[in-house]
Design a protein around this ligand. Structure first.
Ligand code: SF4
Ligand code: SF4
Length: 64
């Protein structure tokens, strides 16, 4: 459930933190972190140029 961030791909650009409608993303030490409360909207996945964010399927727990 929610999103997984690949810290090896994340550049800490912060783009995803601006598009999250519930504000659960934040960059710390140049790496993006996700807090509790993600609604799995997918906005951050679309905005990340480095494909660092993966949306988890709520029902199966598998990656989309
Ligand atoms: S948009 Fe991608 S690269 Fe930029 S902070 Fe978010 S996860 Fe990291
Ligand atoms: S999927 Fe949506 S709610 Fe979840 S972290 Fe990304 S932008 Fe925020």
């Amino acid at each position: 459930m929610g999103v997984t961030i690949d810290v090896l791909k994340c550049t800490g650009c912060g783009a995803c933190t601006y598009v999250c409608p519930v504000g659960v993303l934040a960059v710390e030490d140049m790496k993006c972190r996700v807090k509790e409360g993600c609604i799995s909207c997918g906005e951050c996945v679309d905005i990340c140029q480095w494909q660092a964010i993966t949306l988890q399927n709520k029902k199966t727990g598998k990656k989309d």
